[in-house]
Ligand binder design. Structure first.
Ligand SMILES: Nc1ncnc2c1ncn2[C@@H]1O[C@H](COP(=O)(O)OP(=O)(O)OP(=O)(O)O)[C@@H](O)[C@H]1O
Length: 470
């Protein structure tokens, strides 16, 4: 389900999120409302719409309970450009105030990729046709004499009287060639020529990727000399012998690239980032309060908050795609707040994160559901992955319960890493099968409680091993 506008009521958004994330109803509601506010804002007269700032969200909750997942799924639902950053990244040595702006550049880049992918998808049909013609040209080269005469001269009759070189056979009549070309086209479309070799002209590598050494200003804005000059320098191509199948892939990609208007991509991408962008700023709790991030000569936490502020409040950031306004981007900040409180953030930042939601630690029952219920749950992923190699994996309810119980225990005894514990446990549980799958005959594996206990029980009792493996 993707879409924008009327169909995206908070209720439908929550229902969508429910398909992937277990529990955390308050956080789901908060993001659904924030999204709805965006839709409402777009219906306002322009002048008023400009005044309405997004209702940014502060998610408070321990690690691994679904904070990022909720934000990411929301972005995917509405096809919004999305970026996740760790606020602590900006407290590191070597940090300069403007680095905070890099998250906006990353967002725009994500938006450009997104728009480009979509537009490229849209021109696949004409690109495929153009690629087909080029492959046919390569398989059935035009006779040299004719090809050597530019089309505009041929209009005046040039080329007709040029006799073929004595040694080479006379070129086939145009109608005969046309017929052959059409036959070849049929074979090509039926995939009968896929294995044949053909020589085609393809662009050479990517554009020159020289970065301007030492030109701090440009580099900071994400500018790159190769890209700056890319448009001015002729693109280099080389002749390459490949299979017809590969040629189709290469040429179709090249033709699609040519058909997409790069300026239109940038225009749409910048607007999309400005109006629909979602920035997820994790570990915001670690920059709350004064002092440095984690001792040492790091940049002060308050300094980072002060740098974040203009971006959250709305400013213009220079990017290689031009100036980008941050006023209407949605910020979702998140943190565990074990050692600090949201009220330790500078007041202006607190004011810019008006919606507060708490996410709950995951209980054993939640972990059971997380294993099996979400549409792309871990269990489904493993079943599908191993299924590709003939392993019919089946999880029984008792197996899921045993796994969840163990995960809950390890979270209590070691460190609470939330649902991430399930990843490490499942990896250990299925390690052997995963390793052997390609070499074994088809097999059925049923994961029930004894299976889980047999494999993970001993590990969970071993004080040292469990620290590293579970
Ligand atoms: N409530 C949940 N329902 C389904 N899956 C979950 C849930 N909570 C966590 N997960 C899964 O656990 C993993 C980690 O979750 P997520 O990235 O959302 O953590 P987080 O709360 O953002 O923590 P952190 O702040 O440390 O990044 C993801 O693979 C996610 O799908």
């Amino acid at each position: 389900m993707t879409g924008t506008g009327d169909s995206l009521t908070p209720r439908t958004v929550v229902a969508y999120l429910d398909r992937y994330i277990v529990g955390q109803d308050k956080a789901k509601r908060a993001v659904a409302v924030a999204l709805r506010n965006r839709i409402r804002r777009r219906r306002l007269p322009e002048e008023l719409a400009r005044e309405v700032s997004p209702k940014n969200i502060l998610m408070v909750g321990p690690t691994g309970v679904g904070k990022t997942e909720i934000a990411r799924r929301l972005a995917r639902l509405v096809e919004a450009p999305f970026v996740k950053v760790e606020a602590t990244k900006f407290t590191e040595v070597g940090y300069v105030g403007r680095d905070v702006e890099s998250m906006i550049r990353d967002l725009v880049e994500a938006s450009v990729q997104m728009v480009r992918r979509r537009l490229i998808e849209e021109v696949q049909e004409p690109a495929a046709r153009a690629a087909e013609e080029r492959i046919l040209d390569a398989l059935l080269p035009r006779p040299k004499t004719e090809a050597a005469v530019p089309d505009f001269l041929r209009l005046f009759g040039a080329g007709r009287e040029t006799p073929p070189p004595a040694a080479s056979p006379a070129p086939p009549e145009p109608e005969v060639r046309e017929g052959t070309r059409e036959k070849l086209r049929e074979l090509l479309r039926a995939g009968k020529l896929d294995g044949r070799s053909v020589e085609v002209e393809v662009p050479e590598g990517s554009r020159v990727g020289m970065t301007l050494m030492g030109a701090g200003g440009l580099e900071e804005m994400g500018l790159n000399l190769g890209e700056l000059l890319g448009g001015l320098m002729p693109k280099r191509t080389k002749r390459k012998t490949v299979t017809v199948e590969e040629a189709r892939r290469l040429l179709q990609a090249e033709e699609a690239e040519k058909l997409v208007d790069q300026e239109a991509v940038v225009r749409e991408a910048v607007a999309k980032a400005e109006q629909e962008g979602i920035l997820f700023v994790d570990e915001i709790d670690k920059i709350a309060g004064g002092g440095s991030g984690h001792g040492g000569p790091d940049v002060s936490r308050e300094g980072v908050q002060r740098d974040l502020l203009p971006i959250v409040e709305g400013c213009v950031v220079q990017t290689k795609y031009g100036p980008v306004q941050t006023d209407h981007m949605l910020f979702i900040a998140a943190g565990a707040f074990h050692k600090t409180k949201p009220s330790d953030l500078v007041p202006e930042l607190q004011g810019r994160l008006p919606i507060r939601v708490e996410l709950q630690p995951l209980r054993e029952e939640d972990l059971v559901r997380i294993l099996g219920e979400p549409e792309s749950s871990l269990v489904r992923q493993y079943e599908a992955l191993l299924g590709t190699e003939g392993v019919r994996l089946r999880f029984e309810e008792s197996g899921l319960r045993a796994l969840a119980a163990l995960a809950a225990r390890m979270n209590r005894d070691l460190e609470d890493i939330g649902a991430r514990r399930l990843h490490t446990l499942l990896e250990q549980l299925l390690e052997e099968i995963s390793f052997q799958a390609p070499e074994t005959e088809e097999q059925d594996v049923t994961v029930d409680a004894p299976y889980v206990e047999g494999r993970l029980g001993p590990l969970s009792e071993d004080r040292e091993a469990r620290k590293y493996l579970l």
